[in-house]
Design a protein. Structure first.
Length: 270
């Protein structure tokens, strides 16, 4: 299946040299979902037009893995070894991916998948705005934040969904694991990351229609994930995640009639 390369990237590809492709960096993202009057909604952010990666695109919260994401911390739910099997990677990396996903989502949105113990979760996180800022500036590690607040990471609230690798055409590339999670009861989105110029709870059926009409922009991994999630109620998202086959998807560049396209390995991804 061929997907057109977004217009801003077509110009860049005129001088593209595959041999000079950047090595992808490990990253993690979470599709945070909730039920809405028009079906499943996901929280999306539109990245500033001046951003070096995915400028102007609607994305889920997420970001790169950091060294301190591997610091020891209290953890509830599937251990790193289970996530390693899910994503076919080393346990150390798997644990850091889970932490990065939860940390970045908290930094960017205020949604925090953590609680005092294995059966509870924090409510409104407005009073933790200071921690979001300290995490973003790297003055505080996520492990230290949880320990100081007496919290445990709730990995049981996450589901593994997909694994996408940025195509070679991008100057910045990411090896990204996609997670899913329902918005915890009592929590709400706070002030959103300065990397975004717009954010919203988007009914997936509507936002996908806008993408199809060319009125909203998404990279293929985000669009595909939205299409896969759209038919589900929030209560079934985690269960659906457990049955998925996860293997790396790296769209390939092909050229037809003077235009560049991304070729996906399997048509069922669309």
């Amino acid at each position: 299946m061929l997907v057109p390369v977004p217009a801003p990237m077509q110009e860049r590809l005129r001088d593209f040299d595959p041999a000079a492709a950047a090595a992808p960096k490990d990253a993690a993202t979470i599709a945070v979902v909730r039920d809405g009057p028009e079906g499943l909604e996901a929280f999306l952010m539109r990245r500033h037009s001046g951003m070096a990666f995915a400028a102007g695109m609607y994305v889920f919260p997420g970001g790169g893995v950091q060294d301190d994401d591997g610091e020891p911390m209290q953890w509830v739910g599937p251990p790193p070894e289970a996530w390693a099997e899910r994503f076919t990677c080393a346990p150390d990396l798997a644990g850091r991916l889970v932490v990065a996903a939860v940390r970045e989502t908290f930094e960017e949105t205020g949604v925090l998948l953590a609680g005092p113990d294995e059966s509870s979760i924090v409510g409104d996180t407005t009073d933790l705005a200071w921690a979001r800022e300290a995490l973003e500036t790297k003055e505080l590690s996520f492990a230290r934040f949880l320990a100081d607040e007496g919290l445990v990471l709730r990995a049981d609230l996450l589901g593994g969904w997909a694994h996408w690798i940025t195509p070679a055409l991008e100057p910045r590339r990411y090896d990204t694991r996609f997670f899913v999670a329902a918005l915890p009861r009592g929590q709400r989105i706070g002030t959103v990351s300065t990397e975004a110029d717009k954010s919203l709870w988007a009914p997936l059926s509507k936002v996908l229609a806008l993408v199809d009409e060319g009125r909203a922009a998404m990279l293929p991994p985000t669009a595909v994930t939205c299409r896969e999630l759209a038919p589900l109620p929030a209560a079934e998202v985690l269960e659906a995640a457990t049955t998925r086959e996860i293997r790396p998807i790296e769209p390939r560049l092909v050229q037809q009639d003077g235009q560049w396209w991304l070729e996906l390995e399997r048509e069922e991804h669309l």
